[in-house]
Design a protein around this ligand. Structure first.
Ligand code: SAH
Ligand code: SF4
Ligand code: F3S
Length: 440
């Protein structure tokens, strides 16, 4: 039997898809990229913005032809939209057989393989499993590797923050942390298979605590695992960039020299309304420490344009902050009211066009800054983690610097994904850096 998984949303969903993939394979199922070949079509969905849900629903609807061709095909919707829409999802799209929320994935093998479930209207209750489970941390389990040299490991699930615009706490439930020993076990297993780059995941990943461990001590422990060379993490919250964490970020050579710090807005009034629990000034202090120690420290961020109540003056403050900080990259989103969240109760004044227009101004500014930040890399010798041949030109390969910049280069001699090599960054085309490997 074959399964096909399509994943939407954040890296936490990517990790969960790999966890589910492992469960499917433990039942003797193999992965296929081709939905036409699959016995199980699994959709791991996101609800963060309306568009994310619409995209997944449109894709799921397209599966009707496979179900018609073979009625034994099972369509399984998992992830945040499964939790958010629950049974109503089945009513919306009758081709869906199972709706399974993020704390119920351990039931997938039983549901799909042990019991010969003939999905009927009558057993709908059994087909919709979306309850939260405060105990479920997938203890002792490991996800399939993302790649032979780099993988994600979730260390925290759920979120306690309740930012006023955000649906995540409602679809992922309250925060829970994996035990340090379990995290280290999964990473060690990955390292033993050749993985050298680890990305630790959680919605407020740097709030991590377990026993006597904090995120800072966990980073140090991960760095001691033989074979681990680069450690990254998403998504941290500005509130938890504590002095001891910053010390580890700057002092531990295995922790990559780039970080994500979600700004959301450059206006204190908006940050307060968003319930972000940090001010513009506190955010700037973190940036100062990291960039003060290393001007090439890579910084990425998330920004929402057109939040409910955002004035032109508020938005200009965001542009000002972006200009001042010079992020290397930014994920920029148009505010999308999500039912059930606090800010969705407030009537929007901005039209869709006005929100788009703000977003376009922000994107234009960030594009200029990204180019300038990349230009600063010219002339440097940088260690690259080799990823893959370039899709545009198979003679060229693509890798990433420690501060998370993509570099395209022509290899000299044999090369493999997962190799580390030093390149001289000697050109830039568009935004993309180009390098020449140097003999060592
Ligand atoms: N836990 C992370 C973010 C998770 S969601 C954090 O706190 O940074 C990823 C990003 O989606 C958020 O940072 C935010 O910028 C964006 N986002 C969340 N809800 C949104 C909404 N309702 N409309 C637009 N963007 C949203
Ligand atoms: Fe959403 Fe805020 Fe939690 Fe991030 S910290 S997941 S934005 S509620
Ligand atoms: Fe989306 Fe769920 Fe992640 S709502 S952003 S997939 S936690």
């Amino acid at each position: 039997m074959q399964y096909h998984i399509a994943t939407y949303g954040c890296q936490m969903n990517e990790y969960d898809s790999l966890l589910i993939a492992k469960m499917m394979e433990s039942q003797g199922c193999t992965a296929t990229d081709d939905p036409a070949q699959a016995d199980f079509l699994i959709f791991n969905t996101c609800s963060v913005r309306e568009k994310a849900e619409e995209t997944a629903i449109a894709r799921i609807s397209k599966m009707k032809c496979y179900k018609e061709a073979n009625p034994n095909v099972r369509i399984v919707v998992v992830g945040c939209m499964a939790k958010n829409l629950g049974e109503s999802l089945m009513k919306k799209r009758r081709i869906i057989d199972f709706v399974i929320g993020p704390d119920q994935y351990n039931k997938i093998p039983e549901i799909l393989f042990s019991r010969p479930v003939i999905p009927t209207k009558g057993n709908r209750k059994y087909r919709v499993l979306t309850d939260f489970d405060s105990e479920e941390n997938y203890l002792g389990q490991s996800a399939k590797l993302l790649s032979p040299f780099s993988t994600h490991v979730t260390i925290q699930r759920g979120c306690n923050k309740h930012c006023s615009y955000c649906i995540v706490p409602y679809v992922r439930g309250p925060e829970k942390y994996r035990e340090t020993a379990d995290v280290l076990r999964e990473i060690k297993e990955a390292a033993d298979k050749g993985v050298s780059e680890i990305t630790l995941l959680g919605q407020t990943v740097n709030a991590y605590k377990s026993g006597n461990d904090t995120f800072a001590t966990l980073l140090n422990k991960v760095s001691e695992i033989s074979g681990i060379q680069r450690i990254r993490f998403v998504s941290p919250h500005p509130k938890y960039y504590t002095p001891d964490l910053i010390e580890v970020l700057l002092g531990n050579a295995k922790v990559a020299t780039s970080a994500h710090i979600p700004l959301q807005s450059g206006s204190d009034a908006m940050l307060k309304k968003m319930r972000r629990q940090h001010t513009v000034d506190e955010f700037l202090r973190i940036v100062e420490k990291l960039r003060g120690a290393n001007p090439l420290y890579g910084l990425s961020t998330d920004i929402i344009s057109g939040f409910v109540g955002e004035t032109e003056a508020d938005f200009e403050k965001t542009l000002e902050m972006v200009r001042e900080i010079q992020f290397d990259s930014a994920f920029m989103f148009i505010y999308s009211p999500r039912e059930g969240t606090e800010s969705a109760k407030e009537q929007e004044i901005l039209s869709a066009e006005q929100k788009w227009e703000r977003q376009a101004r922000l994107v234009e500014l960030q594009n200029e800054i990204t180019l300038q930040r990349n230009q600063l890399m010219l002339g440097r010798n940088e260690e690259i983690l080799v990823e893959r041949p370039s899709s545009k030109n198979p003679e060229e390969w693509v890798g990433k610097t420690n501060n998370f910049k993509k570099v395209v280069f022509k290899p000299v001699g044999e090369i493999h994904p997962g190799d580390y090599l030093v390149c001289n960054i000697d050109d830039i085309r568009g935004w993309t850096l180009r390098g020449t490997p140097i003999a060592q």
